[in-house]
Design a protein around this ligand. Sequence first.
Ligand code: HQG
Length: 184
Amino acid sequence: MVEAKLETEVSKFMSYVLRHAPDAAGLTLDVEGWVSFDALEKAVASKYGVSRADILEIIENSPKKRFALVDDRIRANQGHSVGVDLALKAVQPPDVLFHGTSRISWSSIEREGLKKMERHHVHLSTDIEIAKTVATRRKGDYIILRVDAAAMFSKGHSFFVSDNGVWLAESVPVQYLSLDAGTP
Ligand code: HQG
């Protein structure tokens, strides 16, 4: 059993390396974001003094299933800022998706819609509670935005879903956004 605090630290480091800064662990991701699990294990084990079994447990316990481990290779399921192509297939979204963010961002979002900022996509969820969790990670008041995904899809916008169920879009133009009633 890895202690909870260490588990969070290791998980955050792996997210950082696999999404944003493979260099920080001396790694290079392939075009689809994969890296040898052995190589990642070495980097994580030497930094945190954890075993391979510990790392496997952390991956398995990741509440949001942030990592995919297939054939001795690992990648982050979503959230990248480095140039990878996850080769996700475009799929029809549910009619409504949600995005939680800080209230202070609303005036800008109202002008320009949701943009992907540093990541490759705008992140959306089917579940309003997930949007609330994302929103409340930020300081201050939050808002929950409701995305009319059905209308967007009918106008030709593409949607993707990551292996861990995060919905992804290039952007969300403002006409498809409304403040959800769940906004405090
Ligand atoms: C905001 C977590 C002003 C946007 C979660 C967000 C998620 C704008 C921030 C994942 C804007 C970008 C991603 C505009 C967008 N004006 N602000 N026009 N357009 N924004 O971190 O969705 O725990 O890139 O609202 O579960 O907050 O890391 O995106 O607040 O899936 O696995 O710009 O992070 O997953 O922030 O979070 P982020 P996010 P993990």
